[in-house]
Design a protein around this ligand. Structure first.
Ligand SMILES: [Zn+2]
Length: 465
């Protein structure tokens, strides 16, 4: 699993990180390195050990448990050392004490469906033709930093050219660029991609080829595999991919837009589906499909689902309210020419209103069947910016779909870590876990949109906002 592995050596890096962060720091910048080698980039942190105490705010630990008031979170290097309350957990003298009074402390958020290569442009094919050479050095570092500023400290990329996204993953893990912990699929596996999509989708024909492609991707660094358009594949092909991944403790996510691809995915033993396919009059999921979902869950293996409904559910609003598309934060870190290109494309952006009732119905069918929903945004697609996609998705869950805010936060913290099999290392605020922490003003259980502007963001113990 990704870790801060590389030691943050030398002044070059420190200056670079500090420069990137200029003006955004609320407290000393703590750069944590390998265990026992924590470094401090600011002389105002006295200990030199990355010892920080967040004191006083309400804590939501990401496990789904109710909040704890007057909390204390002790961070040591890149790990959470202890969690308690002001009555039960004293703050040692050598810790940098940061007040979280009046705020809520929660785990860094997990966006389970992003595309780091995209930056909101409306024409994907044009984007591929024009900017492929610039993904690794320009767009991906910009979108990764935007995610971090949004409080997203873990992100799963579900479709990108492998060299660029695996390099971005390594560079963020090493601290060379600022971004969330990245879990990357690389290219999507499918039967035969259209020509324009070949550079980020890989065609497989037959079980042997599917198995070989899965193996090659896992060898190259894929944390998860992604299947697209499973209805054009055989069950044997899907099963070859899932068997290869499961043998290595990795998971497989498949598109779930159509009933046919969901059925093949279930038969082929995928772990998770993406998207809710919805037409206004499709009547919801049919009983046979729901029975297959229940049978799978009854067999003892959980089924996860990332509905990615935030963008479709705000389509109608965006038609008449376009100011949010102009927010400079949407374009932060992008070269001016690329940013202008995205803005120009959005002048003609006219999102279709989504069938809200159908989406609501299908999401509640899945929840009733025992599916575990995960928050993911499809960030990067037209008008769906990494800086704002996450809170907007969560706002849609709470205020359009009527999902409980605490359950929504669980689906954006503890549950995603479980879905990826990394729950022992990250996802909740508990002893020994990765110190990925977001502090927001006010109470997200009352107003989920306070997640929009985190007051503080820590990734692996390093404060980046
Ligand atoms: Zn996607």
């Amino acid at each position: 699993m990704p870790s801060i592995g590389a030691t943050l050596t030398g002044l070059v890096l420190t200056r670079r990180v500090v420069a990137l962060l200029a003006g955004t720091l609320a407290a000393p910048l703590v750069l944590s390195g390998q265990a026992g080698d924590a470094r401090v980039a600011s002389s105002s942190t006295p200990s030199g050990q990355g010892l920080v105490a967040l004191v006083g705010g309400t804590l939501i630990d990401g496990s789904g448990a109710p909040p704890v008031s007057n909390s204390v979170v002790l961070v040591r290097g890149d790990r959470i050392q202890r969690v308690g309350s002001v009555d039960t957990l004293a703050v040692p003298d050598d810790y940098v004490r940061i007040s979280t009074e009046g705020m809520t402390v929660l785990p860094g958020l997990w966006d389970m469906h992003v595309h780091l290569l995209y930056a909101g442009h409306t024409n994907i094919q044009y984007w591929h033709r024009t900017y492929t050479d610039r993904f690794e050095r320009e767009t991906m570092p910009a979108t990764a930093l935007q995610l971090l500023r949004a409080g997203v400290t873990s992100a799963r990329d579900l479709g990108a050219p492998p060299a660029a996204v695996f390099a971005t993953k390594r560079r963020t893990a090493a601290g060379e660029i600022l971004g969330p912990t990245i879990y990357a699929a690389g290219p999507q596996l499918t039967h035969e991609p259209p020509d324009w999509a070949r550079f980020y989708r890989r065609g497989v024909s037959g079980a042997a080829e599917a198995r070989a492609a899965a193996r090659a991707l896992l060898d190259a660094g894929a944390d998860v595999l992604k299947i697209t358009d499973a209805e054009s594949m055989t069950v044997e092909e899907v099963r070859a991919i899932t068997a290869e991944a499961h043998a290595r403790g990795r998971r497989v996510a498949a598109h779930g837009r159509t009933n046919a691809e969901i059925m093949i995915g279930l038969e082929g033993d995928v772990d998770e589906f993406q998207h809710i396919g919805a037409a206004a009059d499709d009547g919801g999921y049919p009983p046979a499909l729901l029975a297959a979902i229940r049978a799978r869950i009854d067999s003892g293996r959980p089924l996860y689902w990332t509905p990615t409904v935030g963008l479709p559910l705000r389509g109608e609003y965006l038609q008449g309210n376009r100011e949010s598309l102009d927010d400079p934060e949407n374009y932060a870190g992008l070269p001016a020419l690329i940013a202008d290109d995205v803005k120009t494309s959005l002048a003609a952006f006219s999102p279709r209103p989504a069938p809200v009732d159908t989406i609501r119905r299908k999401v509640s069918q899945l929840r009733d069947a025992g599916v575990r929903l995960l928050v993911g945004t499809d960030a990067g697609l037209a008008g769906n910016f990494h800086r704002h996609a996450m809170w907007q998705e969560m706002d849609a869950w709470v205020n359009v779909l009527g999902i409980d805010p605490l359950a929504t936060i669980h689906a954006a913290t503890g549950l995603p870590a479980s879905a990826l099999g990394v729950e022992r290392d990250a996802g909740t605020l508990a002893e020994g876990k990765s110190a990925d922490i977001v502090v927001v003003p006010g109470d997200p259980l009352r107003h989920i949109s306070v997640l929009r502007d985190p007051a503080m963001v820590f990734t692996r113990g390093m404060q980046v906002k």
